[in-house]
Design a protein around this ligand. Structure first.
Ligand code: NAD
Length: 497
């Protein structure tokens, strides 16, 4: 091998001084080792100035009893080198194993997932020949915080957490990315018509930050119609920024409609560290046969080369890759007798890319990465605290009855220190007062106690309610305080309230 493969201790790593960039790689599982070898051969042949530390992640590590899929000492190497090129891994079936991708993103604060989705028309079949979209997905928050609880026999919940720093970082990243890569428009997608607090905050931050970039067009789409439009006319979009769950879904849709999910790479960017990968999995069915397509991981490596400031090499690799696809040299997954000229294996494909280094495609659009390199974003600065007032409490009650009037009567009998019961909802829909008989109710009741004139209350008032409920055998499974911040109501109304 013509690259330095060196697994060494972190102490040793810190002592060494290099002009080259030291990166960490993991060959992963299934087709991982084959496509990693092909990728490294291509980027080294293109002149990548890198030195490599290899770590082991994935199936073998999981099955050795490490449920995270990665050893502690491997974290040290990743954190020292700060740049991680990872091949796909196989997550063993069955409970207890944690997703290494999710853990890596969270531990290393990799808040931005960036996935360029470009079609290779007319060389790879697609309904969207002009598609060239970059999805910038928030990577740490949202329902992916994984905070879930069962609260009653019938109801489980997952907390959706959205923070201002999280929104500011990802939205600014999207605009800075658009600026650096000469993109014209950033589209925000949320569901703020329904989730006014969480998605509302994301959109509010988008509107604020968009003003700092007057040269870049901005727009907002509700995620449902926005995704439909993306699937129908992707050429109308440029950069899309969105929350974690929506981003997860639309980034796979976007990659698939370019022609194949197997061709895209993605980067996961944090303030300190970054991870680069193909978006596909370890394809165990075709592992070891030498037929896997290495394009996705090569695309991941192109993003990495830009990130470490080796944009010239990134450009050379990408243009050679485009040229190879254009020549009809295709692996089995994209081979189409009507378009392709030659069916090749993983190694032959990478050799064809190497032979094309220094050339540019004639039909596909050649890339120009003169403005590559990692984005330098300002660190988030915490804002001054707002004036926070406590206005009441939502007490969630586990109750097996069916008539809301009955539970309302019990709650009205509590000592609530002058905080009357204002409303009851079931799965968010108001069922008391004046509920509809037709509304289906579960055993999970949100009961709101609030001062009639919206005056400030104390935590002691809330404790009095909880104590009284305990004495009367009412099962309160959780509470949420009702606040206003700088006089602005900071909780949702019941649907129908
Ligand atoms: P997959 O992406 O591995 O495979 C889906 C289909 O695409 C298969 O038919 C496969 O043969 C084909 N395919 C994928 N990549 C290809 C390539 N480079 N060349 C040619 N064909 C390719 O998805 P899966 O089958 O759902 O998952 C397999 C394993 O991968 C699972 O254990 C899953 O957890 C894991 N996975 C890992 C990652 C990751 O590490 N980032 C991502 C997704 C899935």
């Amino acid at each position: 091998m013509n690259y330095l493969l060196n697994i060494c201790s972190v102490k040793k790593l810190k002592k060494q001084k290099h002009t080259m960039t030291r990166i960490t790689i993991a060959k992963g599982d299934g087709i991982g080792p084959e496509i990693m070898e092909a990728t490294l051969n291509v980027i080294k042949a293109a002149g990548a100035q890198i030195e490599i530390d290899e770590i082991e992640v994935g199936e073998k590590v999981y099955l050795s009893g490490i449920t995270s899929g990665i050893k502690d000492e491997s974290w040290d190497i990743i954190r020292t080198n700060k740049v991680f090129l990872k091949a796909p891994i196989t997550t063993p079936q069955g409970g207890g194993y944690k997703s290494l991708n999710v853990t890596t993103r969270k531990f290393l604060g990799l808040y931005a997932n960036v996935r360029p989705c470009v079609s290779f028309h007319p060389f790879i079949a697609t309904k969207h020949p002009k598609m060239d979209v970059v999805i910038v997905r928030e990577n740490e928050e949202d329902l992916y915080a994984g905070i879930e609880h069962q609260q009653t026999d019938e109801v489980v919940q997952c907390l959706k957490l959205i923070s201002r720093p999280g929104c500011e970082k990802i939205v600014r990243y999207a605009f800075e990315y658009a600026k650096q890569y000469g993109r014209k428009k950033v589209t925000c997608m949320t569901k703020d018509n329904i989730m006014k607090q969480t998605d509302g905050l994301f959109r509010e931050v988008f509107t604020e930050i968009a003003k700092e970039y007057p040269e870049i067009e901005n727009e907002h789409w509700i995620i449902d119609i926005g995704s439909a439009k993306l699937a129908d006319t992707p050429e109308d979009f440029d950069v899309i920024v969105t929350l974690n769950l929506y981003g997860d879904v639309i980034s796979d849709i976007a990659a698939q409609i370019t022609g194949s999910v197997g061709l895209a790479g993605s980067s996961n960017i944090g303030e300190e560290c970054a991870m680069f990968e193909a978006i596909h999995g370890s394809a165990p069915m075709i592992a070891g046969q030498g037929i896997a397509n290495p394009t996705g991981l090569i695309e991941g490596a192109v993003l990495m080369l830009n990130h470490i400031g080796q944009s010239g090499v990134a450009q050379k690799v990408k243009n050679a890759l485009l040229k190879t696809i254009e020549q009809g040299t295709h692996t089995a997954d994209i081979y189409n007798p009507a378009i392709s000229k030659k069916k090749v294996g993983t190694k032959e494909f990478s050799e064809a890319v190497i032979a094309n280094l220094g050339t540019t495609p004639s039909t596909l659009k050649a890339v120009d990465f003169k403005n590559g390199a990692a984005l330098k974003l300002p660190k988030y600065v915490r804002k001054a605290s707002k004036n926070k007032s406590l206005l009441g409490v939502d007490a969630f009650v586990h109750w097996n009855g069916t008539d809301p009037n009955e539970i309302a009567k019990k709650l009205q009998e509590l000592n609530s220190n002058g905080l009357p019961l204002k409303m009851i909802t079931n799965r968010g829909i108001k069922v008391w007062p004046n509920g509809f008989q037709e509304t289906f109710c579960t055993d999970h009741w949100r009961c709101r106690f609030q001062h009639p004139e919206n005056k400030e209350v104390t935590k002691e008032d809330l404790i009095t309610i909880l104590k009284s409920a305990l004495e009367k055998g009412i099962d309160i499974v959780k509470t949420e305080n009702l606040y206003s911040f700088d006089g602005k109501q900071a909780y949702s109304l019941g649907q129908g309230q």
